[in-house]
Design a protein around this ligand. Structure first.
Ligand code: 5AD
Ligand code: SF4
Length: 419
């Protein structure tokens, strides 16, 4: 959105108090994220009363629903409401809102022009959205209802986008999809994720390729075998498991067992023991017993995870879980306690994994002097180095999620392959 607006008469200002237009890009996955938006809307109302600014408030993203949109306009003074697949209409919508409030939450994907659809996350890495929405039905999740069914981006557009990023000097692309393992399944004539990765490797010279978020039920052994042959797809996967208990996984409708997850973990690391694996957990899902929680803690050790996010379960209106399981709900305080236990265990296990890196030399993509990321996506600190180049760092010290060492070699990667 920032790039789209900067090509018209808008410009970004540095403080919310000075802004004539405030754009809120929202997330609805947990209640806390939505609560933050409402409290910010309250603050904007106060500001507007005092100074007349902001003149316009835009709310975009997953918080937007058919029912809620009218309320945002009428109760919160919002001028533009854009659904997650409509954000590339931002400039037009702002113009249209001169006459009356705009509400556009259709699930038809307004594809942005490819040359501006990949905002940078750092000077070296760019996100490339390869699909929208999700066609799964995990019991707890609002994504399918808020973002609609899965829709893959046309292959040609993805490749053109990546080639453009390459010419702009980006060294790494991160392909994005809610369930990226589903890529192509919605379109019989589109390649699947593994085909896409192979095509990107052969048609572009981008140095590092990553993809998020994967789903264990959609990964087979063939995928892992073909992936292991791709040299520029980085040895790291974000593979949410959610729970280590098969009973809870079934209630969540995830479509795999904890044993299958462990099988996948072993297969990814087979042949490359440094392959890093991160996951997500939901703590205190309805009906989760202390024994179920213990199974989750045990799984963290068995999988020797490199990192994880954990979230206390948040009931979301409209999900299957919110409709059916209320009498089994776990007290919030207990959810938070279990969440902390999960994170503490992950921290311990990840530290053991990192200790193996002490004394090793790892290749780092330097984001700024002194900081970069390893192939396994671990933050690495060192002295010196030039941004947007590759370096070799000899690891001296580690913590659970970061490493620190000495830069041995910092060489410009001329053509994206030879170093
Ligand atoms: N409550 C808590 N966490 C959730 N997630 C998705 N829905 C919920 C919910 N209702 C988490 C999952 C998912 C991550 C993006 O957010 O762990 O992988
Ligand atoms: Fe939500 Fe991910 Fe399940 Fe889709 S696969 S419903 S995005 S948790």
């Amino acid at each position: 959105m920032a790039e789209l607006l900067s090509s018209s008469e808008f410009r970004i200002c540095n403080s919310i108090e000075d802004a004539e237009i405030v754009i809120l890009e929202t997330c609805a996955i947990r209640k806390k994220a939505e609560d933050k938006v409402y409290s910010l809307l309250g603050r904007l109302k106060q500001l507007r009363k005092k100074s007349g600014l902001p003149k316009k408030i835009v709310v975009c993203g997953c918080m937007v629903t058919e029912d809620g949109a009218k309320n945002l306009v009428e109760e919160h003074g919002v001028s533009v409401v854009l659904g997650p697949r409509r954000i590339s209409r931002i400039a037009e919508a702002l113009h249209e809102s001169e006459t009356e409030p705009v509400i556009d939450i259709s699930f038809v994907w307004a594809l942005p022009p490819y040359d501006i659809s990949a905002p940078y996350i750092s000077g070296v890495s760019a996100y490339v959205t390869v699909m929208q929405g999700c066609s799964n039905s995990c019991s707890y999740c609002v994504v399918p209802s808020r973002r609609g069914a899965a829709q893959s981006k046309p292959l040609r557009q993805i490749i053109d986008e990546i080639k453009l990023l390459e010419t702009k000097g980006y060294k790494e692309v991160i392909l994005l999809g809610q369930n990226i393992s589903y890529f192509g399944i919605d379109k019989p004539d589109t390649p699947r994720l593994i085909d896409l990765l192979e095509i990107i490797e052969s048609e572009s010279r981008i140095s590092r390729i990553r993809f998020v978020t994967s789903h264990p039920a959609f990964i087979d052994d063939k995928f892992i075998e073909r992936l292991s042959k791709l040299r520029r797809v980085m040895p790291n996967i974000h593979l949410p498991i959610q729970s280590g208990s098969n009973r809870i996984l079934k209630a969540m409708r995830r479509g795999y067992s904890s044993e299958r997850f462990l099988e996948l973990v072993r297969a990814f690391r087979n042949g490359n023991e440094n392959f890093t694996i991160n996951t997500d957990f939901i703590a205190g899902y309805d009906g989760e017993t202390p024994a179920d929680h213990c199974e989750t803690l045990e799984l963290i050790e068995k999988a020797e995870l490199d990192g994880a996010y954990a979230f206390p379960y948040s009931e979301r209106n409209g999900t299957r879980a919110a409709l059916t399981n209320n009498e089994n709900s776990i007290p919030i305080i207990e959810r938070k306690k279990r969440c902390k236990e999960i994170l503490d265990k992950v921290k311990k296990v990840a530290l053991e994994r990192r200790k193996r890196d002490i004394g090793r030399s790892v290749e780092v993509l330097i984001e700024a002097p002194g900081v970069g990321r390893s192939e396994g996506n671990i933050n690495v600190e060192f002295e010196g180095g030039r941004s947007n180049e590759f370096g070799i760092v000899k690891i001296k010290e580690v913590s659970s999620f970061a490493m620190c060492g000495e830069l041995e070699d910092n060489c410009l990667q001329e053509d994206g392959i030879e170093k």
